[in-house]
Design a protein around this ligand. Structure first.
Ligand SMILES: Cc1cc2nc3c(=O)[nH]c(=O)nc-3n(C[C@H](O)[C@H](O)[C@H](O)COP(=O)(O)O)c2cc1C
Length: 356
């Protein structure tokens, strides 16, 4: 199967040579302007943090009609990527059960089915170029956008061994200021990473800390919208307390990041290697319970009269999948993995629903 991200190649290879797509570039349907968190866009459809490794990737997907483009998570320090493999397909065609936290998933590197049914898993470790490299590249990404498109820059703190949480909170603030200076139209704090086992991986489960990070981002983002990327919430009490804690500082939450599970290969050993047992499950297999989490968030927002918006992500590869989220009240719908398998998704979605 052809994918724009070559899973048989390293992250650095994909960074330098990708995306592996040189057309055709279909005509993108013209659609009426809409509002996305105060930014005018052609459609509230986009790509979540991940696939868009740098400005070249953003340029290609902007040309393909995705209007909300997220620059893959960057740090205030250089960080190497984990080695191969980084992306495997999961051998199942049903939904991952949210209650079976210890259920092992089987991964492999080939996929022969229909891409709209693909469930996959990634393990990169949130690599980043140094700010001296990514900041000018964010400026290039901004220049590559067409009218009616928006650039989000996703950031994550890099706690050092022995550093306390105040360091992490400040680092998020510093990154918000850097992303704004570089040309971001919105800044996103990644508070959830299913394959990073250090403190920055599950901030979203701590309401107090999430609130502090949101305020730090808000204080440094100027007048840009602040988004927070959250992981899956197994219980609605925690979800409600996090949403209440970030209200007033965050403009929107992005839900749901890949769902963390143990992934093994045919020989039952960790498919990504020792020390990388857990990784984020993406695509078809997480659609149902990502949608449930988005609905639960919308219910809390309505009940508590919060001003937060919800940007939905998780298992979107068909028009019906995106419709599920818009019907649930999402302000925009993002895709993580599917645009690598089918770069023409935005064009088809716009043909079917110009009002999106
Ligand atoms: C190649 C790849 C890399 C990713 N890297 C990040 C990342 O750096 N930061 C982040 O917040 N999410 C990252 N994600 C997760 C996506 O933003 C998204 O939450 C996830 O893929 C679920 O959406 P999907 O079911 O449409 O794939 C990555 C996803 C993919 C496919």
């Amino acid at each position: 199967m052809l994918t724009t991200y070559r899973i048989d190649e390293t992250y650095d290879w994909n960074f330098r040579h990708g995306p592996s797509y040189d057309g055709p570039f279909p005509t993108v349907p013209e659609t009426p302007r809409k509002d996305f968190l105060g930014i005018p866009v052609n459609a509230r459809l986009g790509i979540a943090a991940g696939l868009l490794l740098n400005s070249r990737w953003i340029e290609t997907y902007a040309r393909l009609g995705f209007d909300i483009l997220t620059y893959k998570t960057v740090r205030s320090v250089h960080r190497e990527c984990y080695g191969l493999p980084n992306w495997v397909f999961i051998d199942r065609d049903d939904q991952v059960d949210p209650h079976k936290l210890n259920e092992v998933q089987h991964g492999r590197q080939d996929f022969r089915g229909d891409f709209t049914a693909a469930t996959s898993s990634v393990s990169f470790g949130m690599p980043s170029k140094a700010p001296a490299e990514w900041m000018p590249d964010v400026a290039r990404a901004r220049e590559a956008l067409h009218p009616g498109q928006a650039l989000i820059v996703s950031v994550v703190a890099s706690p050092q061994p022995g550093s306390d949480v105040s360091f992490m909170i400040e680092d998020y603030g510093l990154l918000a200021a850097m992303a704004r200076e570089a040309g971001a139209q919105a800044v996103e704090a990644n508070l959830s990473c299913p394959n990073v086992c250090t403190a920055e991986g599950d901030v979203f489960l701590d309401a107090d800390l999430s609130g502090k990070v949101a305020r730090s981002m808000r204080n440094n983002a100027g007048d840009l919208p602040v988004l927070l990327k959250l992981g899956h919430f197994a219980d609605e009490t925690t979800l409600a307390s996090v949403l209440q804690a970030v209200e007033g500082s965050a403009t929107a939450v992005v839900m749901v990041n890949g769902i963390s599970r143990r992934v093994v290969g045919a020989d039952e050993s960790p498919v990504f290697g020792q020390g990388r047992e857990l990784s984020g499950i993406l695509g078809r297999g997480i659609h149902a319970f990502s949608l449930d989490n988005v609905k639960a968030a919308m219910a809390v927002i309505a009940r508590d009269k919060l001003s937060l918006k919800v940007v939905a992500v998780g298992g979107v590869s068909t028009v019906a999948d995106a419709a599920d989220y818009f019907d649930a009240g999402a302000t925009a719908v993002m895709m993580g993995s599917a645009p690598s398998f089918d770069p023409t998704l935005a064009v088809r979605f716009k043909q079917a629903h110009p009002e999106w």
